[in-house]
Design a protein around this ligand. Sequence first.
Ligand code: FE2
Length: 205
Amino acid sequence: MAYEVNAHLKPSNLKGLSENQIAQHWKLYEGYVAQSNALKAELEALRKEGKGATPLYADRRRRFGFEYNGMVLHEYYFGNLKAGVAEPGDASPLRKALSEQFGSFEAWKDDCVKCGATRGIGWAVLYLDPATGWLTNHFIQLHEDGNVAGFAPILVLDVFEHAYMVDYPATGRPDYMKAFFENVNWAAVEKRFAEASAGKIPARF
Ligand SMILES: [Fe+2]
């Protein structure tokens, strides 16, 4: 058994994010899948050789969190991109929950963009805490520092420079985030919210 590249998640024809930008970014996602598989195999082999207490094993075990989260977050990211999907309307449970908790849907979005503008490389993620129903935006540094145990990812925004530097300059993160929000697959995001609200981990693919 191995992790696989989920080709059906690859978006196309986005507004403000070129095919080349997505293709370059997709290659990095493929790398995380390959590295997750390689590390899993290496860890199993080291255990079989009785090397489970070695510094090498400890290093690989830590690195697995980086590679695996890199794979997972990219799957949620590409899976929540699609051109031409309208923002959730007033009847949307997600819009209602965000409006209740942030004051308005726009106030939540503003907070999410500010989260994505955090200095450093990483991710802005809208999470649901299934235990309380609370929705919060979090900045994840790299792929693994800042993930909250038990929280369910609802909307995932990659703010590494590699996510936009084919199309935008190094200072172009604000314009990239504007483009991102013009391409959110709200139907997929709503589905994740429904699944997480029902106590399930939202499906990645
Ligand atoms: Fe990325």
